[in-house]
Design a protein around this ligand. Structure first.
Ligand SMILES: *Cc1c(COP(=O)(O)O)cnc(C)c1O
Length: 403
């Protein structure tokens, strides 16, 4: 069976984890701090906070910005449920909008959905391709005059916050700049199937404009993500430094040094090995499918190479098929021992969100993308022969179903 996305665990990772375990410090400590520093450097962002997931990072930022019941947050219908769930957790209202044929949120659709209750825009860099941040950043500035601030943070910013769900797009670029530095705040995921994995984990990339101080915000978020405690475990370990205080009822979602050790190895080789390899696999798939008129290959490069994907998901679409035909094609692909996937079932189609009254009919491009989409395997140990097997399996399945 060809797997979909097995993790890249080699001796280097095992040694790094072993070193962390033997170091005597296993929770948040020097390795996490180093990973934060290196992530910030890699992305050209002023500060980074590593946490136990992207979801935790997205929610903590919504809460920091004061998102509450009655507020609206705009996001694409085409995303994983985590993007929407955190809005629900805050008691606010997710406002889904439609996407473009490239799977990313439409700035025009955002513009039409903005109301006096809109507090945050959450674009999603689908499959690793950065959204059109020039358009989105311009949009929130354009609407600043009608923004209704209700908290100190909202008054200081004076406009809607752009909080990018960059779960897929570590290492992607937009007009020559890396994700993580493209808008106010971006959140990466280091979940097991993501490009850069720490088993579970995430990073909040802070890039707030003046008068915000990103280093200060980092320190505040450290407290908010560790019980609201004014000293972390490492600081408390310093000689005689036992006394601590709780300044708010904070959350508990810090990253451990055991997992940061994996992240450090992964980040070190990310650009030269991981991204190179993934780009190569994307190129081979794109070339192979370019021979078939039924195949719609995803965009993973534009603006003359200045905008590039992180090559996270190879989201193939089949032209002129229904959702049921897509499902049948997937069944036939699995029958040939190839694992594929669908990214994603649009959030408005999921039971919980349907129950809230959302209807996929309002997001026609989202549905069209979804109904014809099949995500192909991409992983480090793939070779040309495996890629050919995948292409053959897809091709024969499509030909059977389309006749
Ligand atoms: C994986 C994913 C998340 C959640 O990441 P976690 O680290 O698992 O919390 C959020 N949004 C999107 C689009 C994702 O694919």
């Amino acid at each position: 069976m060809i797997p979909f996305s097995p993790p890249h665990i080699d001796q280097k990772i095992i040694d790094a984890v072993t070193d962390a375990l033997k170091s005597g410090w296993i929770t948040t400590g020097p390795r996490t701090k180093l990973l934060e520093k290196k992530m910030a450097e890699y992305c050209g962002a002023p500060a980074a906070l590593c946490l136990n997931s992207a979801t935790a990072g997205l929610e903590i930022i919504l809460r920091w910005f004061g998102v509450k019941p009655g507020d609206e947050v705009i996001l694409p219908g085409y995303t994983y449920a985590a993007t929407a769930n955190v809005i629900i957790h805050c008691g606010a209202t997710p406002v889904f909008v439609d996407v473009h044929a490239d799977f990313n949120i439409s700035a025009d659709a955002i513009g039409k959905a903005i109301t006096s209750r809109t507090k945050v825009i959450m674009p999603v860099d689908f499959a690793g391709l950065p959204c059109d941040y020039d358009a989105i950043n311009a949009l929130v500035k354009k609407h600043a005059a009608t923004f209704v601030p209700e908290t100190e943070e909202q008054r200081l910013l004076g406009r809607m916050l752009v909080l990018a769900d960059a779960a897929h797009s570590v290492g992607g670029t937009y007009k020559g700049k890396k994700t993580g530095s493209l808008t106010d705040i971006s959140v990466f995921s280091f979940h097991a199937v993501k490009n850069l994995s720490t088993a579970e984990g995430g990073a909040v990339m802070l890039n707030m404009p003046a008068p915000f101080d990103n280093k200060e915000l980092y320190s505040l978020l450290c407290i908010k993500t560790l019980h609201g405690q004014n000293k972390d475990a490492l600081a408390k370990m310093q000689k005689g430094n036992w006394r601590y205080d709780i300044v708010e009822a904070g959350y508990k979602c810090n990253m451990t040094d055991v997992l940061a050790a994996i992240g450090l190895v992964e980040l070190e080789r990310y650009e030269s090995e991981t991204l190179n390899k993934r780009r190569h696999i994307f190129d081979l798939y794109a070339f192979a499918f370019s021979h078939y008129s039924w195949a719609q290959v995803p965009v993973f490069e534009k603006d003359h190479g200045q905008t590039t994907s992180s090559y996270h998901v190879f989201a193939l679409r089949i032209k002129g098929i229904t959702e049921a035909q897509r499902d049948e094609i997937i069944r036939l692909i699995f029958e040939q021992d190839v694992s594929v996937n669908v990214h994603f079932i649009p959030v408005p189609m999921l039971s919980f969100y349907k129950g809230l009254g959302y209807d996929i009919k309002n997001y026609p491009v989202t549905y069209d993308n979804y109904s014809r989409e099949i995500s192909l395997p991409v992983y480090f140990d793939m070779n040309a022969e495996i890629i050919q097997q995948v292409v053959d399996a897809v091709t024969s399945a499509v030909q059977k179903v389309k006749g």
